[in-house]
Design a protein around this ligand. Structure first.
Ligand code: NAD
Length: 428
């Protein structure tokens, strides 16, 4: 098998394998291995120095048979149409596996948001909406935050869309700030969802969370809340987290022999998940280069940064002690690495199940916007726990009854639900 480095090829390869196992008709498989609609557009922005800079924006709607397309907007320098396509496809499976009535979409802009001033970021968000507003909407396609985008940016997107359509429309985007149509519990939803699935997996594997140690890749939204949840909700210990340092363009791992103090590290981390390594060193932390997080002697790995981090090159450095990989990020494990982990008997909580907490609470946010009635944080998190736990158990049950790998079982549950909706709508 050739090494796959393109995220969309990887998403198609995973799909093809399960489509074969499910004996999907070839025309159905062909429909699902490509997005339904794709948009690529220019966003001219007048920069603070008066010059015009042109950015490229994307929105891909993979499938909306089960409801409006749903998925984040990523601001990242290496964003391409293919990463957006892959992420849109994974959104379709994600919404289906947790059984929320939404389809799959994703958007992005090729940009490093940290290189922009606040005013430039706002213009870029508003410019993104100006180009695509006719093709998004509460009943059409609902964006949300992802890597490099924030609740404040979602607030600007909601405001720009509301101005263009002439009425306050909070349901056009989720992940908005609380107080501007956002839901309590949304910020921590993805990371806590990761932890709820971990809790269930540990029960199944007979692991004691209080005696378990995790290594986490990333220290952004997902990773920070997964770390907090792992220590505070499950009582486990986090040995290290890692991050990407833009100043010298490389990854670092921050660890502590007694486990890291998450609340302290948050105080020395910027809004893009970049830790001040000098202050970490001064506080007694070890700072290692590159993929040190992956080599730690731990029970649980939580990749929560970007796709492709557990690859053919890196998988062999994973310690034999690791029993569980909870994929907080989208697509962190390449197909080659996946085969190695499967062969080693490592239990995988596949990305689109593991990190579905964010979209689940995004769905709750849309419901609250529709009702114009807002829930407490406890209500949100309790409903999230119920949804994601039920989804985990559905997948595990199928994995056991069909004797298939967790990732394949999750695909089977999701694909069958999407195909069923397509049939019921008369598309097939
Ligand atoms: P974020 O931008 O808040 O954080 C990303 C983190 O990853 C940062 O700490 C960054 O420094 C780190 N990072 C980037 N490249 C790295 C590398 N090579 N090595 C180590 N660290 C690296 O992003 P986020 O919202 O936390 O998203 C993380 C992942 O989770 C992405 O794959 C995203 O698609 C997925 N996801 C996010 C959500 C959500 O609600 N935010 C929901 C579902 C899935």
């Amino acid at each position: 098998m050739a090494v796959v480095s393109n995220a969309f090829e990887m998403a198609q390869m995973q799909f093809d394998q399960v489509a074969q196992q499910l004996n999907l008709d070839s025309h159905v498989a062909e429909m699902l291995r490509w997005p339904t609609r794709e948009f690529r557009f220019q966003i001219p922005v007048r920069m603070d120095d008066g010059t015009i800079r042109v950015f490229f924006g994307y929105r891909v709607q993979h499938n909306d048979a089960r409801g409006p397309a749903k998925g984040g907007i990523r601001f990242h320098p290496s964003e391409t149409l293919d990463t957006v396509r892959a992420l849109a496809m994974w959104m379709t499976w994600k919404c289906a596996v947790v059984d929320i009535p939404l389809g799959g979409g994703k958007g992005g802009v090729a940009v490093d948001p940290a290189s922009l001033s606040v005013a430039e970021r706002e213009k870029l968000c508003r410019g993104w909406v100006d180009q695509i507003w006719r093709n998004i909407g509460p009943r059409l396609d609902v964006p949300a935050p992802d890597v490099g985008t924030t609740p404040q940016m979602m607030g600007w997107i909601m405001d720009e869309y509301s101005k263009l359509v002439g009425q306050y429309t909070p349901g056009v985007v989720t992940g908005k700030p609380v107080g501007s149509g956002g839901s309590l519990g949304r910020q921590e939803a993805t990371g806590f969802g990761v932890v709820y699935t971990l809790r269930e997996a540990m029960k199944y594997l007979g692991m004691d969370p209080e005696r378990s140690i995790a290594a986490i890749q990333g220290f952004g939204n997902v990773a920070q809340h997964a770390a907090t949840g792992f220590t505070e909700l499950l009582g486990g210990q986090v040995a290290c987290v890692s991050f990407w340092d833009r100043t010298d363009n490389q990854a670092y791992t921050i660890s502590h022999p007694n486990g890291i103090q998450i609340e302290f590290l948050k105080t020395i981390t910027d809004q893009h998940g970049c830790i001040d390594k000098d202050r970490a060193l001064a506080a007694g932390y070890d700072v290692e280069e590159q993929d040190a997080w992956l080599r730690k002697d731990v029970d649980v790995l939580i990749p929560a940064a970007l796709e492709g981090s557990i690859s053919a090159e890196t998988v062999s450095s994973i310690s034999d002690r690791v029993r569980l990989v909870a994929e907080g990020a989208n697509g962190p494990t390449t197909p080659e690495a996946d085969r190695v982990l499967k062969g080693r008997g490592v239990f995988i909580i596949p990305d689109f199940l593991c990190n579905a907490g964010g979209v689940t609470v995004s769905y709750f946010e849309g419901v609250q916007n529709d009702m114009n009635f807002y829930w407490t944080r406890e209500m949100v998190l309790e409903r999230l726990d119920n949804n994601i736990t039920r989804a985990f158990r559905d997948v595990l049950k199928l994995a056991e009854s069909e004797r298939v790998y967790m990732r394949d079982a999750a695909y089977m549950v999701a694909i069958e639900r999407v195909v069923n909706a397509m049939e019921l709508r008369g598309w097939l």
